[in-house]
Design a protein. Structure first.
Lengths: 82, 618, 80
């Protein structure tokens, strides 16, 4: 499951960030910003008109992400929760 | 001691670390904003003199999330920290500013900076907020584990950076590289977690107020309503609150003109002073209250942390127009002045987004347009209450701003279609904690803005007004002239010549001639009109009348509307065009911007004027 | 021409020349620099009298840190 599919206000744990293409700068930047294995993540708000962007909290920081950006973040599927 | 060369400090840190507030506190008004040699990068340097008398040269570097640069801004920071920036000596000490309430994010960057091996100091900023939230940070442990000195700073408090300066003085005796390095192959995030576990206790994840506010302010419906309301209220306030102050300034200007006219003997000098300088400058200064009120709101919004929320709400709409939500803040800066707005696009990663943002930034209603709009609205839009509560003039002003924004979206959309853009537009925008705007900081910002405005008035606007007066007064009318004296002058003739091109859009020769100095600065158009009409009136009476009633009587509504529309689009600012050239490094792109904007202006004015005449407003 | 009128014309001439200078410096800084250098250079040559060299030094432009395109704004808007 990816962050883009995560339902609202459901905490989860990050497994990894996948590149969507070779030389994916966005994936690298996501990792630098804290989307790393073991980090707690939660989707808080969807944007207007078509549900984008997503307000996401990772660790202690909040970011606005596109669905395509959030889709790179893969979550742990084994009984997660805070 | 102070004879030694100043020690070079570089402030680095994530965006939203409060770095710039700290820079302002350290350097006060001793700042110099220029460019790095040969590169189109804004360079903010200031001087700091510690109590012991030691001098420091402080550089405020662009905020960066990582030394792996994703945008032009970050590339500058990376290069300067490494000492690779051409024309810039390497800094002696790196002061890494981190947000004490979010070390999980900021500390990772500090570790990255530490890897450079340069003498470094960690400034734990917003220490007061951290303490209030119950976050305990053991400074000694952190300093030991990091291997660099750690000090607390509170950039918004009086002596908040005292500890930092003291530490710098101590370090200056003998600079040392960091005492610890990261283990080979170790992960920065893991190291960050280890440091946090050792030195920091965090009771909650984020301030609960952030969550509560975001739940409403980012709500799909309520959020947009709130945003529209805020924008709308700002414009109402601009008119309602400014009116009394403007009356005072207008009265003072009139009194000054009368007094000078009475004291000086009749002659060219009297004309220069009364009809040129006083009428011209007075015509522009009268709008200072409106500009300041608008700015007060913009500054408060910026300080509060609301702006990224607005970017969040508008992102979808902007993305469909081919811009990203990240364009929002440079475009918002352009409401003050397009030049820093265009320079702010350096933080946009995607080069196509950056170019699109640069090309539409001039469509954002900059503060120099405000005197022009205010003049025309004041002369032609009756002062009335609409629906009992709304000021009609404020509504029209709001409408003009909205027109600029919608035009920008449309132009951007056309450009997107034209280049068949199917690519991704990254957003990835941090939403920092909400802060209560500090009244002191807003007031300082307003004071600076007022000074900038007055300097402009006393500088370029004064100079252009004098030159225009000269061109409007000479050569003097011949004895047997039938037209009014002014029409024989250089400027008068030029103005008449220009009406050939501008008559179809309803501009008379006075407007035409005012447009030329208006190319240097839009407000000058107002000053120029004031001078032109003052000189025309001087034929009949000694005292110059206020400009507003003169044009209200002299122009048709169609002309006024056409001029308003002209100013929405026309790039009447050579400095903006020069900035576009510098930031894009391309004559072609600048020419494209110039041509498309003037073409839009002429076209829109033409349609407006002809339509208005057709509907009987001619 | 009366002295009063002469004086007025003098003041006006000074004002106009200063204005031209201000506008030129802001809008065409590159050209102004080149002009100043061109005028100052012959004055600063070896063997010129001291006063001439002083004038030449006064005319020549200051060392250029770098051009700033905006004539009066020092970052006057919101930032990220």
């Amino acid at each position: 499951m990816t962050l883009a599919d995560l339902p609202k206000r459901t905490p989860a744990i990050v497994a990894s960030v996948h590149e969507s293409s070779a030389q994916d700068n966005i994936a690298r930047r996501l990792r630098e910003l804290g989307f790393v294995a073991g980090e707690r993540v939660e989707m808080l708000v969807c944007g207007p008109f078509g549900r984008e962007p997503l307000l996401v909290q990772v660790g202690f920081t909040r970011f606005a992400l596109r669905r395509s950006e959030a889709a790179r973040v893969h979550l742990r599927t084994d009984g997660e929760a805070a | 001691m102070s004879a030694a060369a100043p020690l070079r400090l570089a402030l680095v840190g994530n965006p939203n670390s409060g770095k710039t507030a700290l820079f302002n506190q350290l350097t006060g008004s001793r700042q110099k904003v220029a460019n790095y040699a040969g590169v189109t990068v804004e360079r903010k340097e200031g001087r700091l003199v510690s109590r012991s008398g030691r001098h420091y040269a402080v550089l405020d570097l662009p905020g960066a999330y990582s030394l792996h640069a994703a945008s032009l801004d970050e590339a500058i920071t990376r290069d300067l920290c490494r000492g690779y920036l051409p024309g810039e000596p390497a800094p002696d000490v790196l002061v890494c500013v981190v947000d004490g309430t979010n070390l999980r994010l900021h500390l990772r960057f500090a570790l990255e900076v530490r890897e450079l091996g340069k003498p470094m100091l960690l400034a734990l900023n917003m220490a007061d907020v951290a303490r209030r939230r119950g976050i305990h940070i053991d400074l000694a442990v952190l300093a030991r584990e990091l291997g660099v000195p750690v000090v607390e700073t509170v950039a918004v408090q009086q002596n908040g950076s005292a500890a930092l300066v003291e530490q710098l003085d101590r370090m200056a005796e003998g600079l040392q590289p960091p005492q610890r390095q990261i283990a080979q192959g170790a992960d920065l995030h893991q190291e960050t977690r280890r440091l946090l576990a050792a030195a920091v206790q965090m009771p909650t994840r984020t301030a609960s107020i952030d969550g509560a506010l975001d739940r409403w302010l980012l709500h799909p419906v309520f959020g947009l309503v709130a945003l529209a309301l805020v924008m709308f209220l700002i414009f109402q306030a601009v008119y309602a609150w400014a009116a009394p102050l403007m009356g005072v300034i207008a009265a003072a200007t009139g009194w000054l003109g009368d007094s000078v006219g009475a004291v000086l003997p009749e002659g060219p000098l009297s004309s220069l002073l009364v009809n040129g300088v006083i009428a011209g400058l007075g015509g522009v200064i009268v709008f200072l209250p409106q500009i300041l009120i608008l700015f007060a709101f913009i500054l408060a919004l910026e300080e509060s942390g609301y702006l990224p929320r607005a970017a969040f709400l508008l992102d979808r709409m902007m993305a469909s127009a081919g811009l990203s939500g990240r364009s929002f803040i440079p475009l918002l800066s352009s409401f003050a002045c397009a030049i820093p707005g265009i320079m702010a696009t350096r933080s946009i990663q995607d080069p196509r987004d950056r170019l699109a943002t640069i090309l539409v930034a001039p469509l954002m209603t900059c503060s120099a347009r405000l005197p022009v709009y205010a003049l025309l609205i004041g002369a032609f839009i009756p002062q009335r209450q609409v629906w009992g509560v709304f000021n009609q003039q404020g509504l029209v002003l709001f409408g003009l701003y909205v027109a600029g924004i919608l035009s920008a979206l449309m132009v951007s959309w056309v450009m997107k279609k034209w280049r068949r853009d199917k690519g991704e537009h990254p957003l990835l925008l941090e939403l920092p904690s909400y802060r209560v705007p500090q009244v002191r900081d807003v007031l300082i910002g307003l004071w600076e803005r007022a000074w900038i405005f007055l300097r402009r008035v006393g500088g370029i606007i004064l100079a252009l007004t004098i030159l225009l007066w000269f061109l409007l007064s000479y050569p003097a009318a011949p004895g047997d002239g039938t037209l009014s004296a002014i029409e024989y002058s250089f400027a008068g003739r030029i103005g008449h010549a220009m009406t050939g091109i501008f008559a179809p859009i309803g501009f008379n020769w006075q407007i035409c001639i005012a447009l030329i100095p208006g190319m240097a600065a839009r407000e000058v158009a107002v000053a120029s009109l004031a001078t032109v009409y003052a000189l025309s009136a001087a034929d009949d009476s000694a005292a110059a009348q206020a400009l507003t009633p003169l044009i209200a009587d002299g122009w048709s509504l169609a002309t006024a509307l056409s001029l308003l529309v002209w100013f929405i689009y026309a790039p009447m600012c050579i400095s903006t065009l020069a900035t576009i050239k510098r930031e894009t490094n391309s004559w072609r792109k600048m020419s494209f911007a110039t041509i498309y904007l003037f073409a839009l202006a002429y076209g829109a004015s033409f349609v407006t004027y002809q339509l208005a005449v057709l509907l009987g407003a001619g | 021409m009366s002295t009063s009128l002469l004086l007025q014309y003098f003041v006006i001439a000074v004002a106009v020349l200063l204005s031209v200078w201000v506008v030129a410096k802001r809008q065409f800084p590159g050209i102004v620099r080149k002009l100043r250098v061109a005028i100052a250079l012959p004055l600063l040559r070896e063997g010129r009298p001291a006063w001439m060299q002083l004038v030449g030094r006064w005319i020549s432009p200051v060392k250029q840190t770098a051009a700033d395109g905006c004539g009066g704004c020092d970052s006057c808007g919101p930032k990220i």
